[in-house]
Design a protein around this ligand. Structure first.
Ligand code: ARG
Length: 466
């Protein structure tokens, strides 16, 4: 990070006194925005080509600029580029390096452009690339969930409400519930990408430019689907990043819920699943411990992503049009959100196929807690009782079973008949867990056959063409 005098700074012209030492580093963003270098360079190459195409600079100059920028990219890739805090940000560092490398021709690159439209373009290019990676990762994870759901379609577990045993469900059905949560997250990211992939370049500082630029050339070169319609809006709003951050928060909220369930299920008390050793860590003091650190950390990391959403929306509120330096504060929350998401997706993608499902423990747990009481009430309804009366009859039978410290199926038929004469031998069939599961045979139901069909549909939804 060398010393740079004001005269060397791209904006140094109107300044007589050199920058205060604190102010030299306080507004600097290069420490973190150097991450945008590749996008910045791609944007500059496209801008130079457009300038040449419409005759604002000549083709030879353009070629020199492009070769210079490519050499800078190689230097950055090789870790040899020297970033200077005095040059504030990634944009001025690269422009300065270009001028040092190719001389005065390099000074033409910034014609008809401002850092304001430049940075807005860079961050959108970065974000669309990351959204693609996030969607790819989510799809891999969703496939892993479908595979597990299909394998465990007939594995019964207690379904819970209020964390109390409610009704028997298929473990595969539970995995597909996770799939649905992620399917909506995936759709949200895909939808948000449309609003991200709009090109601000050409908006200049705020009012456009007096040069005869052709924004469709740069948009085509950079793969933007649309061109921002209003120059003030193009340089100032970061709503696309806030939107992304909101979707990221929803995904992390889902991941956090999935993590919570895995932590519970992996506990000795539940023992529904076992996470492989590769996904657990030990305790420094208690030799017996094998802790589910990975889902715990994912659950914990949801906090930072929610926090970034609040940072970004707060950063935007009250900003008058058009660009303000506040917007520089968008980078770190965006970068950290993206990194956290990519890590958490990877964690789940690898963890899901490694899960050891303990079908026996889940069946035993389902057998306790009167999970099929509703089936018995439904059965009485089919014998002609109104549902409310059937509910009361079964409630009384449950009370009896609690007094006896047994399950409903352990009561004799004579006892059942005490509660209602319509009770027949059939009660033992309807109280059976697999019978209960198979009976929920409709779209969205938990019958294993339905779960298998739902797996097929889920695969088709992910790959509509196959
Ligand atoms: N580093 C700045 C940012 O991230 C680039 C734009 C600076 N523009 C300006 N007029 N100071 O927002």
């Amino acid at each position: 990070m060398g010393d740079i005098s004001n005269s060397e700074k791209p904006w140094g012209g109107r300044f007589n006194v050199s920058t205060d030492a604190f102010v030299e580093q306080f507004p600097a963003s290069v420490r973190f925005d150097q991450r945008l270098a590749a996008h910045d360079i791609k944007g500059s190459v496209a801008h130079a080509k457009m300038l040449a195409e419409v005759g604002i600079i000549d083709h030879d100059d353009c070629t020199k600029i492009v070769i210079g920028l490519e050499a800078i990219q190689a230097e950055i890739d090789g870790g040899k580029f020297e970033w200077s805090v005095a040059l504030e940000d990634v944009h001025m560092n690269i422009e300065h390096a270009l001028i040092e490398r190719i001389g005065d021709i390099g000074k033409k690159l910034h014609t008809a452009r401002s850092r304001n439209d430049q940075v807005a373009t860079d961050i959108r290019m970065f974000l669309r690339e990351q959204i693609d990676a996030i969607v790819d990762g989510l799809e891999d994870l969703m496939h892993a969930l479908i595979d597990l759901a299909e394998r465990e379609a007939a594995t019964v577990m207690p379904g819970y409400t209020h964390l109390q045993t409610a009704q028997p469900i298929s473990f595969g059905h539970h995995m597909l519930a996770w799939f649905e949560m992620l399917a909506r997250d995936r759709e949200r990211f895909i939808d948000c990408r449309k609003r991200v992939n709009v090109m601000p370049l050409g908006a200049g500082a705020l009012a456009g430019t007096s040069f005869p630029i052709d924004r469709s050339i740069t948009a085509a070169l950079l793969g933007f689907d649309e061109i921002a319609e209003n120059s003030l809006d193009a340089v100032s709003d970061r709503d696309f990043a806030i939107e992304f951050s909101a979707h990221a928060s929803l995904l992390m909220m889902h991941f956090s819920r999935m993590s919570e369930e895995l932590v519970l299920w992996n506990s000795q008390q539940f023992s529904f699943v076992q996470m492989g050793d590769a996904f657990c860590t030990g305790s420094s003091m208690m030799p017996q411990k094998k802790n589910p650190d990975v889902p715990e950390l994912v659950r914990g990391k949801s906090g930072r992503v929610f926090g970034h959403l609040v940072s970004l929306i707060t950063l935007m509120k009250s900003q008058p049009l058009a660009y303000n330096k506040d917007n520089q504060e968008d980078k770190e929350p965006i970068f950290d959100t993206v990194d956290t998401l990519i890590d958490c997706i990877k964690a789940f993608r690898d963890l899901i196929p490694s899960l050891n499902v303990n079908a026996k423990a889940m069946r035993e747990a389902t057998e306790k807690g009167f999970a099929t009481a509703t089936d018995l009430a439904d059965h009485l309804v089919r014998s002609g009782l109104p549902f409310r009366d059937a509910h009361a009859v079964v409630g009384a039978a449950v009370n009896r079973a609690i007094e006896r410290d047994c399950e409903l199926k352990d009561l004799s038929l004579a006892e059942f008949k005490e509660f209602h004469p319509a009770m027949t031998d059939e009660v033992y069939t309807v109280l059976d867990i697999d019978h209960s599961l198979n009976a929920r045979d409709h779209l969205g139901g938990t019958a294993p056959a339905r779960v298998r069909t739902a797996c097929k549909r889920a695969r088709e939804r992910l790959n509509p063409s196959t």
